[in-house]
Design a protein around this ligand. Structure first.
Ligand code: HEM
Length: 478
């Protein structure tokens, strides 16, 4: 009898929510205005989310976007991340969405991500609070990108990473470059030296934190999501401890540190501890994995394009030629790195470091023939525009020369746009350019045939970009 009762209760507990969602889903489909973009809402509850997130080569659109665009056009409706959604692979609509942030649209990352990002993350806050916190980040990135201290830090860490491969025939490049990018950002933000136990602790917590972003948001102890929420709490208390020590410290200590980012925000005042912690985590989150991923993509594409590799090397040889032995790079050298800049942008276009961003419509919006209802999720798909053959000839080909046409930058926006344009774009470009300078002058490499970038949805390499490397012998700059 008890067993029968239990099975009835179990059956009902599955049937009632399923029925409820089926009815709701049906109602939702019927209530939609007639002039909505075409598309399908997929399954109840999860809609088409799992199909959208299905891994695919990151230098392709993936079958979900390909099939939907060819069936419904560049803009289509769907049901994603728990909400009815408009997906846009139309570059003009994407720009319109990003430029109308706060007026017609607003950043709207899934609720589950808020648990990981915290309440003060730039990706979560809007309006005045967003402006206030963003200004702090912009003043940091804007002022530090060209300072001799920052340029020397980037160059020294690049050289020491590249020198550490002496005698190696093979290196796991993604792991190596992640370490480089993290060492750089923790030194710049918090003056933590590479190799210090605190740097290892931050790296470990940060990896756990990142894994939570690509996991199911289920808060059960042991799940990647729950681990990420805990890792964020640990990172937050590490930063708080550092803040406390700084507040007790002397002016001499600030001079020894040459005023890192934390000193700069602490000296400004007017921010709560929780806001400071959140800004530090945003910069770590925004600046570490993305930069490391982009360097890996560049190395991957150059490994398949000997002419681009040679052209890049010649640009850096020319810069090195007019410098004394071992003379450090400076801002003027960086400004001469035109082809390097083309390589960076082309790798972003082909590799799709950020596939899409999350927005929601604040009002009913009409753009061209597209109708977007108020409250719906809106996903500007950068990948769609990056791989659009009407914008780029042969879009899946890695061709840095296409960027010599300056109009290209209007056609592609891998750093986002509008009031949320990535505040770290130039900083990332400097880091990558300096790293590439020493890499191409010292090494050539081959990638494994079965190692390629996968949109996971964050880009990962199937074999961690295992490189066969060989030291260049024809030019020694040191
Ligand atoms: C290759 C490197 C990078 C790529 C591809 C990239 C891409 C992006 C994109 C697409 C956005 C817009 C997100 C949105 O509109 O919702 C963004 C925002 C952001 N990025 Fe970057 N980023 C990179 C490097 C960096 C670096 C080095 C930093 C920090 C120093 C950084 C910090 C941020 C922050 C704080 C935001 C949030 C801005 C806001 O909401 O106002 N990023 N990034």
């Amino acid at each position: 009898m008890e067993a029968q009762l239990l099975s009835i209760v179990l059956a009902l507990s599955f049937a009632i929510p399923t029925l409820y969602f089926l009815v709701l889903h049906n109602l939702l489909s019927k209530q939609q205005p007639r002039n909505l973009p075409h598309g399908t809402m997929g399954w109840p509850i999860c809609g088409e989310t799992l199909t959208l997130l299905k891994p695919h080569r990151s230098n392709s659109m993936g079958t979900f976007l390909q099939q939907h665009c060819s069936r419904y056009g560049k803009v289509f409706k769907s049901h994603l991340f728990g909400s009815p959604a408009i997906v846009s692979c139309d570059n003009e609509l994407n720009m319109f969405i990003l430029q109308n942030e706060g007026k017609l649209f607003q950043a709207s990352y899934p609720k589950a991500m808020h648990g990981i990002l915290g309440n003060f993350s730039l990706l979560v806050v809007s309006r005045d609070l967003h402006k206030k916190l963003r200004n702090v980040v912009v003043s940091f990135t804007g002022s530090s990108k060209s300072t001799p201290a920052f340029l020397a830090l980037v160059e020294n860490l690049s050289i020491s990473k590249i020198d550490s491969w002496a005698g190696c025939k093979e290196i796991p490049f993604c792991k190596e470059v992640r370490e480089f990018a993290l060492n750089l950002i923790v030194k710049q933000l918090l003056s933590i030296e590479p190799g210090e136990p605190q740097a290892f602790k931050i790296l470990e917590d940060f990896r756990t934190y990142m894994k939570g972003f690509i996991s199911l948001p289920v808060y059960i102890p042991g799940t990647p999501y729950a681990n990420a929420v805990k890792a964020r709490a640990r990172l937050s208390s590490t930063v708080r401890e550092i803040i406390k020590e700084r507040e007790k410290g002397s002016v001499d200590e600030v001079l020894i540190r040459e005023g890192d980012f934390l000193d700069v925000i602490l000296s400004k005042g007017g921010l709560m501890d929780e806001e400071i912690v959140s800004i530090v985590l945003d910069i770590l989150l925004g600046g570490y994995e993305t930069t490391a991923t982009l360097i890996s993509l560049i190395v991957y594409f150059l490994g398949h394009s000997p002419i681009a590799f040679q052209t890049l090397k010649e640009e850096h040889q020319a810069i090195r030629k007019i410098k004394k032995d071992g003379e450090p790079l400076n801002w003027e050298d960086y400004q001469k790195m035109d082809f390097t800049s083309n390589v960076i942008y082309e790798a972003m276009r082909c590799g799709n470091v950020v596939k899409f961003v999350h927005r929601k419509a604040l009002k009913d919006v009409k753009f061209k023939e597209y109708w977007i209802p108020s409250g719906w999720k809106v996903l500007p798909m950068f990948t769609g525009a990056h791989m659009d053959p009407s914008l780029h000839d042969n879009p899946s080909e890695f061709n840095p020369w296409r960027w010599t046409d300056k109009a290209m930058s209007k056609k592609v926006m891998p750093f986002g746009g509008g009031p949320r344009l990535c505040p770290g774009a130039e900083l990332a470009k400097v880091e990558i350019s300096f790293f590439l300078h020493h890499l191409v002058l010292n090494y050539r490499w081959k990638t494994k045939a079965d190692d390629f970038p996968v949109a996971y949805p964050y880009v990962e390499f199937t074999r961690g970009l295992l490189l066969e490397i060989e030291r260049n012998t024809d030019d020694t700059w040191k």
